[in-house]
Design a protein around this ligand. Sequence first.
Ligand code: FO1
Length: 310
Amino acid sequence: MKEIMILFLSGGTGTPKLLQGVLTLISPEEFSVISNVGDDYEIYGLYVSPDLDVITYTIAGIVDEEKMWGIKGDTFNFIQCLERIGEDSWFKLGDKDLSFCFLRSYLLRKGLRLSEACKFICDILNVGVSVFPASDRSIQTRILTEKGWMHFQEWWVREKGSLKVLNIDFKGADIAKSAPGVLKEINCAEKIVIGPSNPVTSIGPILAVKEIREALEKTQTKVIAISPIIGDSPLSGPAGTLMEFLNLEVSPLGVAKVYESFLDCLIIDKRDKSIAKRIEKELGIEVVSVNTIMKTLNDKKELAEKVLRV
Ligand code: FO1
């Protein structure tokens, strides 16, 4: 039986870094994670789930901490072979990373659900934390550009995020149900934390699942978010460009607006103290300002301590 239950909603990069800090403070049984699946991408005949993987690899202690995707010390023989035969090789999937993606694809082909395949991989890697995909159904983040609609990975990695965003869609989200266990986690959590991930393409597809958004809006549990935006720029990734497209102010206030209907407290960076009053006044959301830049393990631990204390 779990004692304290903290539920994290996570994309890649920022929230997994925070989880590294959380792991220094509480045991894996005391928290669980719901992952974005909007970035999931079928390439080279494999089902790649970047956010599920970075969460799992981070908790297992094998993530490539410099990139915050892939496995540390991985080799790229497969990608080099593709290059040699003149195939597309822009999505740099490492060999060890590929083996887990292959296993997932194999299990899915055998008829398992994504959440079941995720549990298998977590067990192999001794990940004691319960990690859930937001949904077992495909939710695909797609971006409209002047070259037409493309998958998020094609826009972000292949085109280096350089094409103007004309529209964003979470294909399949309208009919997606939450994966088994997800609603129970939301309803039983003692605290819900939306990590410092991109509010549009990392947390957005999770919230696009109607059941999940409704459960967050209904819960009496305190919902906390950490702003991934400091000043007017994101800590990493395309959050700024995508928030601008949605006419959201690229600031912690813009982040608070995305989560407004269920958010109780927003943690912002101490450099943004001046915006705290606006958020509290305009949205009635409590604001806590601390250092949110996570460069060292100590930074991650200190931020995790503050999050657990709120
Ligand atoms: N990001 C890149 O910028 N370049 C890559 O070649 C790349 C490959 C890749 C392979 C597996 C994986 O799980 C993630 C990978 N990513 C790569 C990261 C990914 O595109 C995004 O950063 C996440 O989807 C955002 O959370």
